[in-house]
Design a protein around this ligand. Structure first.
Ligand code: MN
Ligand code: MN
Length: 460
């Protein structure tokens, strides 16, 4: 099979690289689910989208062509452009998740040891812990104070900012560590980030915790919060620095959080470019996929259903019957990264049924583990309709499984909306090093996914 690169004209290549620049800027700036939602709202507003709550307040009727978004607690988001046809004929939906593996600061994070101030973390999502050592890290998130103020925090992205991190054990003294299994090389409770080392000058130098006091003074001056405010904070420790071109030909991008902001961004931009569809078209960007999709901002939340009910109500009337009809006739692409073939680790792949970088958007009928367990095995009829559309539009795609049978496994949000009775198919972008602090994806695959999502929202 040829790569997408070989079919591109020079002009198309320019578009591929230009889209990659916009995407790189997005993932370099948006490293938490909140930052993704904030940026997505900004992009949607620039494309004529309005908050659905405004319609609710004013009682305006939702008409074909209207563009609305709904922001769920700043951590998940859906947006729709209203179609010409009634809701009961079904909608077209793109779904992706915008949370990524990381280290979260605990509620009582700070302690001193050996003259250093450290911050305790609890890792979020499935990570190989050792990969998160010895790299520059940034702090992103919010601190919510008792008076209701929400303080955004971002330290470590500006080249002049300091970074934080977790140092690894020196190899000279790692005799015992090197005998351990990879799983146990670093324990969860060893993922403590170093935050500082200058003690606060006090009159009584027998005073304890002076490095902590000094850092708290810096935080108070810069962000106006106290130690106890960590209790109601969400501070995420993420790899610092921007995404970069990868490979001497600049064909790939190395960056933090391709999983799954690469699908979040391509879905978002596909919707932003969609005008007057026949069927209502939308996206849902969700949080908490990496920890099982539980909670109010996850795909399992009934937030999306609430938005659908509201939109039906505002566009002429809601009925349970119409809602059920809508689900039954809706099509969804569940967009998430898939595992790309990595020559260094080829033994876990079935070479006939895996994704290769540069060969286009990946289409995954099923994933799961232990005999497709826990997966949405998409209907062949749906796949036939999608591949027909992609061929018509000359969009390059490849089919993929996560890896060899019984090599491991994984899942996506696909089954959740399929349980609601939508037609759902997994598609996405192949990546190398999934869940590592820096993952790699092909610019061609990103662009083909974007083109596929545009075609899907308009035509399926
Ligand atoms: Mn994912
Ligand atoms: Mn993941």
């Amino acid at each position: 099979m040829k790569t997408a690169w070989e079919k591109y004209t020079e002009e198309e290549k320019t578009q591929v690289f230009a889209f990659a620049e916009e995407y790189k800027a997005f993932i370099s700036e948006c490293k938490t689910e909140r930052e993704c939602v904030r940026k997505a709202v900004e992009i949607l507003k620039a494309h004529g989208y309005r908050d659905l709550a405004e319609y609710e307040k004013s009682g305006e009727t939702l008409c074909a062509g209207d563009k609305v978004y709904a922001n769920n607690r700043g951590k998940s988001l859906c947006a729709f452009v209203i179609g010409e046809k009634p809701f009961k004929e079904g909608i077209r939906l793109l779904g992706a998740h915008i949370d990524s593996p990381r280290l979260d600061l605990k509620q009582h994070p700070l302690y001193e040891d050996g003259g250093l101030l450290l911050g305790k973390t609890h890792y979020y999502g499935g990570i190989k812990k050792y990969q998160w050592l010895s790299i520059p890290m940034a702090l992103h998130g919010v601190v919510c104070k008792k008076d209701g103020t929400v303080i955004p925090v971002s330290i470590g992205e500006d080249p002049n900012d300091p970074v934080v991190g977790i140092t690894d054990l020196l190899v000279h003294l790692a005799k015992e560590q090197l005998e351990k299994t990879v799983r146990n090389t670093v324990e969860g409770e060893q993922l403590n980030i170093t935050l500082g080392s200058i003690p606060l000058c006090t009159e009584d130098d027998s005073e304890t915790d002076r490095v902590k006091k000094n850092i708290l003074k810096i935080l108070k001056e810069r962000y106006d919060f106290e130690e106890e405010d960590f209790i109601s904070a969400e501070l995420e420790v993420v790899p610092a620095g921007p995404a970069r071109d990868y490979g001497l030909d600049r064909s790939m991008i190395m960056g933090y959080g391709h999983d799954d902001r690469v699908c979040g961004y391509t879905s978002l931009m596909a919707l932003a470019k969609t005008e007057r569809p026949d069927r209502t078209a939308g996206i849902i960007l969700v949080d908490k996929e990496e920890i099982g999709s539980y909670g109010s901002t996850s795909m399992h939340s009934r937030f999306l259903e609430g938005v659908l009910v509201t939109m039906m109500h505002l566009s002429g009337g809601f009925s349970e019957y119409e809602l059920r009809q809508m689900y039954a006739h809706s099509d969804m692409l569940s967009n998430d990264v898939s595992a790309g073939y990595d020559p260094n680790f080829s033994s876990v792949m079935d070479k006939n049924n895996c994704a290769y970088l540069g060969r286009g958007m990946s289409m995954v009928k099923y994933n799961g583990s232990g005999g497709k367990y826990h997966c949405n095995d998409a209907n062949a009829e749906m796949i036939a309709r999608v591949r027909n559309l992609l061929d018509e539009e000359n969009i390059q795609f490849q089919t993929a499984e996560l890896g060899k049978v019984d090599a491991g496994g994984g899942g996506t949000i696909a089954y959740i909306l399929a349980n609601d009775n939508m037609n759902v198919l997994d598609t996405g972008v192949p990546v190398l090093g999934m869940h590592a602090p820096h993952e790699v994806a092909s610019k061609a695959d990103i662009y083909e996914a974007y083109r596929a999502y545009r075609a899907f929202l308009k035509k399926i």
